[in-house]
Design a protein around this ligand. Structure first.
Ligand code: BGC
Length: 368
């Protein structure tokens, strides 16, 4: 509840900031800051993969809508998805440089491998904003969630659910892709809560975040530990949580152990309703995507006061120090707060969650 309150307060702050930005923008025309460009701008958007529905269903459409609304319908978003292929993303970025987009929002498949392309964009005079994952190289700004907090929220939820004072509960840890710096932060945050309180008997870094890889790893863990000896699974996101649950069921587990996740994807919310998945982490896509669009447009239009107001945090990457940033807070999502989070933020309607197959389970937790 406390975290919901924090998220909601932050959401209100973001709205007033946006309102203030809009005000700055309209008064800026009379000469406060010299706009570099007008409304006719192109924002290049590079997203990393398609297996997780967030990118195509939320990040892209929200950014597109916000760019349009900030530019009186004249600005465009050029979107490319790398489908978890770092070489493909490098080509996509180079193409956008050739096409002379005005600014780039980059969610890197491989944060290190993308650095030379970020440098090329800089040499071509195109600002780069790292989106969600901290790309290396000379970026102008970064926007993401508080990723260490994501891991802490997951780890804490699992420990509380297990309620084991001996610390002997056997846990499998399914982490994300080693090329994604977020995965390392989720892991670090989670370990700060799990260490000493549970017994981590198997852990994996999951190539490309792919559910099929997570499933293979989980089957291996089940073989080594024994299907009914696993007290809980830390899964870094919902896609992998779904695969972990499949592996457990296929191995004959009828009473599923608590499994964590992240992203509040629709199938995960439905699994939370039935109790198959214990929790997810709700990260407000509207807050991240809307503010990213604001940053990109403010940067291109030379509205530095608004840009600075949007990037009051500061982070370091392995190649840059003091990157102007915005880190958006997150909240644990369990059966108790589905309505106060994803439904309230219009991510999903109750009808979308409580389809025929979930109607009884929804009624049981009074989700209506
Ligand atoms: C994102 C997560 C997502 C994962 C896989 C991370 O960088 O922050 O929301 O589940 O990538 O795409």
């Amino acid at each position: 509840m406390r975290r919901t309150a924090i998220a909601l307060a932050a959401s209100a702050a973001a709205v007033s900031l946006a309102a203030c930005g809009a005000f700055d923008g309209s008064s800026g025309g009379s000469g406060s800051a010299t706009p570099k460009k007008g409304d006719d701008i192109q924002v290049g958007l590079l997203l990393p993969e398609k297996e997780n529905p967030r990118y195509d269903n939320f990040d892209y459409p929200i950014i597109q809508k916000q760019v349009q609304s900030l530019t009186h319908g004249k600005g465009k978003v050029v979107y490319a998805n790398a489908e978890a292929d770092a070489a493909k993303q490098s080509q996509q970025l180079d193409q956008m440089i050739q096409d002379k987009v005005d600014v780039l929002l980059v969610d890197a498949v491989d944060s290190k491998a993308i650095a030379p392309d970020v440098q090329k964009a800089k040499d071509a005079g195109i600002p780069v904003i790292a989106y969600d994952r901290l790309a290396q190289g000379p970026i102008d700004a970064y926007i993401s969630f508080d990723n260490e907090l994501v891991g802490q929220v997951q780890g804490r939820a699992l420990v509380e659910k297990l309620n084991d004072s001996t610390g002997s509960s056997k846990i499998v840890m399914m982490n994300g892709s080693p090329t994604d710096p977020n995965a390392a932060q989720f892991k670090e945050g989670a370990l700060s809560e799990l260490s000493g309180k549970v017994n981590i008997v198997a852990k994996y870094d999951t190539k490309d975040w792919k559910p099929e890889n997570a499933k293979a790893n989980m089957l291996e863990a089940i073989k080594a530990v024994g299907a009914n000896n696993i007290a809980g699974v830390y899964s870094a996101n919902d896609g992998m949580a779904g695969a972990v649950i499949e592996a457990l069921k296929e191995s004959g587990v009828t009473k599923l152990p608590p499994v964590t996740g992240q992203d509040a994807s629709l199938d995960a919310v439905q699994r939370i309703v039935t109790g198959e998945q214990y929790m997810s982490v709700y990260k407000s896509y509207p807050q991240e995507a809307t503010n990213a669009a604001e940053m990109a447009v403010a940067k291109v239009q030379g509205r530095s006061i608004e840009f600075d107001a949007l990037t009051r945090d500061s982070v370091d990457s392995p190649t840059e120090k003091k990157i102007p940033s915005m880190l958006v807070p997150v909240v644990a999502l369990t059966q108790k707060n589905i309505k106060d989070t994803v439904v309230q933020d219009n991510i999903f309607t109750i009808q979308q969650i409580c389809t025929a197959a979930y109607r009884t389970a929804c009624a049981e937790i009074r989700l209506k």
